[in-house]
Every structure is written in structure tokens, then in C-alpha cells.
Design a protein around this ligand. Structure first.
Ligand SMILES: C[S@@+](CC[C@H](N)C(=O)[O-])C[C@H]1O[C@@H](n2cnc3c(N)ncnc32)[C@H](O)[C@@H]1O
Length: 207
């Protein structure tokens, strides 16, 4: 990912938080995630590309110890102060880390849950999925969501037009079936927008 991409995200977050930070703070966590992960026993989680932190905060409130990674310092600062405003029970369960997911590799076999939601991938989706997957401990869960660039219902370009995001095909191609059991590999309606489609992948690392 180039410096240009990072500064573009910084500008995007600065403007969004300046103009409607209150609305951003109220955005609920991803509905695919809350529907599928809510019953997992809390452990250690990685939120790769955490943005303003809605999913990180939801996980921490549910008892997960979360490492939250993003390359946009503005988003991380906002997310950290939201966590602190919620209280020490949540804030102390989160490590905020500024890093570039194009090159950053999670510590191996470390996390019971790795999520990466709606992140624009700089290079190959397969390579990125495999790199994020190295962080999952045996028996742990990988949960990915990618906003599809075209709305299949209308053929219209979505907010992810022109971006490379996780697709079902690329994620499945990246995960060795000898090591991974796919639990979900679907295109599903995008919950918040009420239009468009998300690729949703959940896989369990075999023990
Ligand atoms: C569309 S937002 C999604 C945020 C959150 N995961 C969600 O689903 O609401 C994409 C986030 O990924 C971050 N991001 C994009 N490319 C990245 C990279 N190479 N390294 C780290 N963070 C990145 C952006 O800064 C942004 O916060």
C-alpha cells in the first residue's frame, strides 16, 4: 500500500470525524459479524483494518482481548478515545496498533479470532488472506467481509467500485482445505446500506 493510500484514508477519516463524528461513533458493529461470532467463547482477537473501531469495541465489550490494527492514525485516535469514554473494562482489553496491512504480518498462531472487514486490499487478495490467516491459532476462526464493487441487483457501481476487496472465490482459493474448514462462503445483502452485496467468509482452522 502506498503512502498515497494511507494519506487518502487519513484525509477521509479526518473529514468524516470533523463533519459527523457523532454519527460515526454511533455506527453499529458489522451485522454479519455480530450474527455469526456472537456465540464464540471470547479469547484473543485481531481486528485488521479496524477503522473507527465499532467491531473492536463490540468484541472487547463481549470479553475479547483485541489487537486493533489500522494505518490511519486519526481513526485509531478516535477509536481509542471512544473506548476510554466507555470505560476501563473495555479500554484495557484493547491494544491499538498503527501498521500497514500491506506488509504487516500477525504473530503466528496467536489469535482465537481474526477479522478483516471491508478493507481495500493493496496487492493480491490471496496473499493478504493467507497472511492474516497465519495469525489464527489452531481451532480458531477467520472472519472476512468484502464489499463487492458491483451491485448484482442493479449492475450499479458501489462505494467499493475500483477497489480490490475480499471475494468468496479468492478467499476460498487462499485457504488450504487441509488446514481450514469453511463454515460460511456466501454473498449476502449488505446489511447497513440496504443495497449491494458483501462477500462473507468464515473459516475454522483445523486443530
Ligand atoms: C472501509 S474502512 C472499514 C473499517 C472497518 N473494518 C469496518 O468494517 O467498518 C477500511 C479501513 O481499512 C483501513 N486500511 C485500508 N488499507 C489499509 C492498510 N494497508 N493498512 C492498514 N489499514 C488499512 C483504512 O484506514 C480504514 O480504516
Amino acid at each position: 500500500m502506498s503512502e498515497h493510500d494511507r494519506s487518502a484514508w487519513e484525509q477521509r477519516w479526518s473529514r468524516a470525524l470533523r463533519e459527523h463524528g457523532d454519527r460515526v461513533a454511533q455506527r453499529p458493529p458489522n451485522a454479519h459479524l455480530t450474527a455469526e461470532i456472537g456465540d464464540l467463547r471470547p479469547g484473543r482477537a485481531l481486528d485488521a483494518g479496524c477503522g473507527h473501531g465499532a467491531e473492536t469495541l463490540w468484541l472487547a465489550a463481549g470479553g475479547w482481548q483485541v489487537t486493533a490494527v489500522d494505518f490511519a492514525a486519526t481513526a485509531l485516535a478516535f477509536a481509542r478515545s471512544t473506548a476510554e469514554a466507555i470505560g476501563p473494562d473495555v479500554a484495557e482489553r484493547i491494544d491499538w496498533l498503527e501498521a500497514d496491512l500491506a506488509t504487516w504480518t500477525p504473530p503466528p498462531d496467536q489469535y482465537d479470532l481474526v477479522i478483516c472487514l471491508n478493507v481495500h486490499v493493496a496487492g493480491s487478495v490471496e496473499e493478504t488472506v493467507q497472511r492474516m490467516a497465519t495469525g489464527v491459532a489452531p481451532g480458531g476462526t477467520l472472519f472476512l467481509v468484502g464489499h463487492r464493487p458491483i451491485d448484482p441487483a442493479t449492475g450499479a457501481a458501489t462505494a467499493a467500485a475500483g477497489q480490490v476487496q475480499v471475494s468468496v472465490e479468492a478467499a476460498l482459493a487462499a485457504l488450504d482445505p487441509g488446514q481450514w474448514q469453511p463454515l460460511i462462503a456466501d454473498e449476502r445483502p449488505r446489511p447497513m446500506a440496504g443495497t449491494s452485496v458483501d462477500a462473507v467468509i468464515q473459516a475454522r482452522r483445523r486443530s
